[in-house]
Write a protein that binds this ligand. Structure first.
Ligand SMILES: Cc1ncc(COP(=O)(O)O)c(C=O)c1O
Length: 423
């Protein structure tokens, strides 16, 4: 039995794989992934290896700490405290305390409970095209799969912002229309007796298809939530740690102040580390309301991996790199859009960008998938996103260079031509 069949047997038929011909890398280095035959692929998709696959400094930090000490989190250890201080220094607005966990899902689960503890309410608002993780409570927010028994009554989904199909019909009126959706949700939650504990959003609306939003976009919606006694949770699992180039965090780019921030994926370059960042008063309310202990969250090896990743981001100026290379990529992609009408909307910030594909006025979902598969055959890995899965999503390790952009755009150009010729 080959590896794919064995995988299905032991992990189940629905465990996701990308591409018609599933990819099985055996080695990674910087922006490159290698298959068993030694073929090299340009990784334009993976945000977890934020500072590059197998960065030697992160690998060494993990190995050194694993060879020295790794224990559960009831002992006092310099590493986790030092990392918490370092991470908190990257935030403003009294966001100065941290709980370290093992996944973004866990971080969001805690964030939701923090909001309950502070507000005394249980109602939660998310968007209608999102994903925030896989715990029982967080998966209630998953827009693409209805939970067994239907969505819980304390959860409301509001229309998510979009470039080509803006909420309310126009880009100019989108912020107001988004806030109107939030107001409806608040009224429903209050009428049902749940009240509002939190609005949880990714401040880059990454899973929604990363629409282009102006600074201040969230202000009206946030004001409504705060009036109702709710908290604002910024899920920075995707935009965080400088990927968007202009800022370290998505909420800074949109210009709002969250009560709670959740972090994950890129935080330790692949070692499973995530965190919740919040104010002292919120942390205390949570600790008063819930018994909470985490065996692995914030163990010495995880803290070492996270600290090494943070140091590399700073030492190699990767936020600045995301800004410069991302701007170049948008320019090159826009030129490609002049050539291929199919690329109807090019957008993004830093090293999180892409293009939405439209054909005859309709989302070009099938074509988009074919382009992704054709690019994979030609050594470039990326994926799709958006309500109709018709946007090419590029989100590479932040060591991505202008030369890498040139290869990406060149391969995309040929893939589009090939797919359209085959249609
Ligand atoms: C926005 C967002 N939040 C949270 C999560 C969950 O993170 P994890 O898979 O580490 O639990 C994801 C995962 O894709 C995500 O995209």
């Amino acid at each position: 039995m080959n590896l794919i069949e064995r995988r299905k047997q032991v992990l189940g038929r629905h465990v996701t794989t990308f591409y018609d011909d599933p990819f099985a890398p055996v080695r990674g280095d910087g922006v490159w992934l290698y298959d068993a035959d030694g073929k090299r692929y340009l990784d334009c998709y993976n945000n977890v290896p934020h500072v590059g696959h197998c960065h030697p400094k992160v690998v060494k930090a993990i190995a050194d700490q694993a060879a020295t000490l790794n224990v559960h989190t009831r002992y006092v250890h310099e590493g986790v405290v030092a990392y918490g201080e370092k991470l908190a220094s990257k935030f403003k607005h009294d966001l100065s305390t941290m709980i370290m966990v093992n996944s973004g899902s866990e971080a969001n689960d805690i964030a939701l409970r923090m909001a309950q503890a502070v507000s005394g309410n249980t109602g939660v608002i998310g968007t209608d095209n999102t994903y925030h993780g896989n715990t029982a409570s967080v998966s209630q927010l998953n827009a693409t799969k209805v939970p067994v028994g239907g969505y819980a009554d304390h959860v409301r989904q509001v229309p998510s912002p979009d470039n080509l199909h803006p909420v309310g019909g126009t880009r100019a009126g989108q912020a107001q229309a988004f806030a109107a959706g939030v107001e409806v949700a608040i009224a429903e939650l209050q009428a049902a007796g749940h009240g509002v504990s939190a609005l949880i959003i990714c401040p880059y609306f990454a899973n929604e298809g990363f629409p282009t939003l102006e600074r201040g976009f969230m202000d009206q919606a946030i004001a409504c939530v705060r009036r109702a006694g709710g908290l604002i949770i910024a899920d920075e699992v995707q935009p965080g740690f400088g990927r968007i180039g202009s800022h370290w965090w998505g909420h800074e780019k949109l210009g709002f102040v969250p009560d709670i921030v959740t972090l994950g994926k890129p935080m330790a370059n692949g070692h499973p580390v995530a965190a919740v960042i919040t104010r002292h008063d919120v942390l205390e309310a949570f600790q008063d309301a819930f018994k909470y202990f985490n065996t692995f969250g914030g163990n010495p090896v995880s803290a070492a991996a996270a600290m090494a990743t943070m140091n590399v981001i700073e030492d190699e100026s990767l936020v600045e790199n995301a800004c410069v290379v991302g701007a170049y990529a948008l320019k090159e992609l826009s030129s490609l859009a002049d050539k291929h009408e199919l690329l109807a909307d090019v957008r993004g910030s830093g090293l999180f960008f892409g293009a939405e594909l439209v054909c005859d006025g309709k989302p070009a979902t099938d074509i988009c998938l074919k382009v992704v598969n054709e690019m994979r055959r030609n050594g470039v890995l990326l994926s799709t996103v958006g309500r109709f899965e018709n946007a090419l999503k590029v989100r590479p390790p932040c060591v991505f260079s202008k030369e890498n952009v040139d290869q990406l755009v060149d391969v995309m150009d040929h893939a589009i031509a090939q797919v359209l010729a085959d249609e």
